[in-house]
Design a protein around this ligand. Structure first.
Ligand SMILES: [Zn+2]
Length: 152
């Protein structure tokens, strides 16, 4: 049976549901996996097998909080691979090689205080320009000293 709604299925992110009832029609939703999109740095990234709840009657898609977080993290990892960006572990290795805290590196790159933390947790992806800076810090001796002088 086809649903009566003609609007596109919503994909609420980070919304917690009190139960598994469809917010659109009240039918019990089913746990499933499938292709869902999530935005990363302004780009819609497709995650091929994202866990979510789907309404068998109207097709409404809902993500629990942990499913939304997982979708976002998977999208960040796919985005990094697609754009040849450093992984979370590679960023952490660069930072630790220079004995910097996450806050230190954020300050040197003039980013928000939690930006490096979010990169390393896989919650956000660095831009291509920031990726270039991270590679300079990794590969060019003296680059951290240069950034320290700039920040002073
Ligand atoms: Zn429904």
């Amino acid at each position: 049976m086809k649903g009566t709604s003609s609007r596109k299925p919503l994909v609420p992110r980070g919304r917690a549901l009190p139960d598994d009832a469809c917010p659109a029609c009240g039918t019990m939703m089913k746990e499933t996996r499938g292709r869902l999109g999530a935005p990363v740095n302004g780009e819609e990234v497709e995650v091929p097998s994202a866990a979510h709840l789907k309404c068998p009657k109207c097709g409404e898609v809902v993500l629990r909080f942990d499913e939304a977080r997982r979708l976002s993290e998977d999208a960040v990892a796919i985005y990094r691979k697609a754009h040849d960006l450093m992984s979370a572990n590679e960023i952490r290795a660069v930072r630790e090689k220079h004995g910097l805290t996450q806050a230190d590196l954020s300050r040197l790159l003039r980013l928000g205080a939690n930006t490096v933390s979010r990169w390393e947790a896989g919650r956000n992806a660095q831009t291509a320009a920031m990726d270039v800076l991270l590679r300079i810090i990794r590969d060019l001796p003296g680059s951290v000293d240069f950034l320290r002088r700039l920040a002073a």
